[in-house]
Design a binder for this molecule. Structure first.
Ligand code: PEP
Ligand code: MG
Length: 309
């Protein structure tokens, strides 16, 4: 149904009533920038830096990283680019950050937890980002993965500000962070919801494990209720709350997310046209009504049905 409309000319993301919803791209390399722009990306909502270094035996140097980040930022003058600090661990181990074998790596020393143990690696990455920021025109935002609470938020945000990064934020991937979203937004400038991990951790079902694959559904009302809590905290604080997990690429769910208070959507560039077309079919009040219905589903399937009509 959206596919036909998605042949329409590329415009900035907006609802039928003109309410703007910037549509951003998830990227894993600066080489993907041109393709994303051609598909209408208004910026980058998630740059997965760990993808650059999956094969590295040693930590990348500041200079080596600066080259990559500069190339990325140069592709987006005047545009928002959200770079994520290394998300090492679980499905994406980096040999220089993850050493010990873990029985349950998804619940282990992952993301900000691993970076905090090796703070010199985090400092090098943030320094490379500051250097790239200071010689380009992009609007650089930086966020940490796998953050659990306000204390970890304060740690990351403090380090970013100390080193000269202008817009520090955190990802909402762990349910505990969503539950204290108001506290998190006292210091973070923004939150970006990673619905892949937020779903995995809310449902306690390994996202890599096929036998529990049916639990990995971001339409589950438990996940939607956590997103609502994050959206409400964003509205109360006046700070942006985006989504950069795969949920943003589902046109009907994208509408519900906006209805829950989400301010930007970031996705694989191939999904941008369909989501743009879907958003144009509803007003903000209609999106809120769909969100309210979806929250009452008793299952993911029921929420999907209620939220799509
Ligand atoms: C997520 O968890 O939704 C996310 C965007 O991060 P990743 O998929 O890289 O874990
Ligand atoms: Mg994640």
């Amino acid at each position: 149904e959206w596919l036909e409309a998605s042949n329409a000319p590329i415009t900035d993301g907006a609802l039928k009533d003109g309410h703007k919803v910037p549509l951003l791209a998830n990227l894993g390399s600066p080489k993907e920038a041109a393709g994303a722009i051609a598909l209408g990306a208004e910026g980058v909502g998630l740059f997965r830096t760990e993808f650059l270094f999956l094969d590295s035996a040693t930590a990348p140097t500041v200079a080596e990283q600066e080259v990559q980040y500069t190339e990325l930022l140069e592709a987006f003058p005047g545009k928002k680019v959200v770079v994520r600090a290394l998300d090492a661990g679980a499905d994406k181990p980096l040999s220089f950050l993850n050493e010990a074998h873990e029985e349950n790596p998804a619940l282990g020393l992952r993301g900000i937890r691993a970076l905090r143990v090796k703070e010199n690696i985090l400092r090098d990455q943030l320094t490379a980002l500051v250097n790239a920021q200071n010689k380009t025109e992009a609007d650089l935002w930086v966020m940490a993965p796998m953050v659990a609470d306000a204390e970890e938020t304060d740690y990351f945000v403090g380090l970013c500000r100390e080193l000269g990064l202008r817009v520090p934020g955190v990802m909402a991937e762990v349910p505990s962070l969503a539950l204290v979203a108001d506290q998190v937004l006292e210091t973070a400038d923004f939150v970006s919801i990673g619905t892949n991990d937020l779903t995995q951790y809310t449902m306690a079902a390994d996202r890599m494990l096929g036998t529990v694959g049916s639990y990995q559904d971001p339409w589950h009302p438990a996940v939607l209720r956590l997103i609502k809590q994050l959206g409400d905290a964003g509205i109360a604080s006046g700070k942006p709350v985006g989504v950069c997990g795969e949920a943003a690429a589902d046109p009907n769910l994208a509408i519900v997310l906006v209805g829950l208070g989400v301010t930007t959507l970031s996705m694989t560039p191939a999904a941008l046209a369909e989501v743009r077309a879907a958003l144009l079919t509803v007003t903000l009040d209609e999106a809120k009504a769909r969100a309210a219905r979806a929250l009452n589903g008793r299952t993911a399937a029921e929420a999907r049905k209620l939220g799509s009509e």
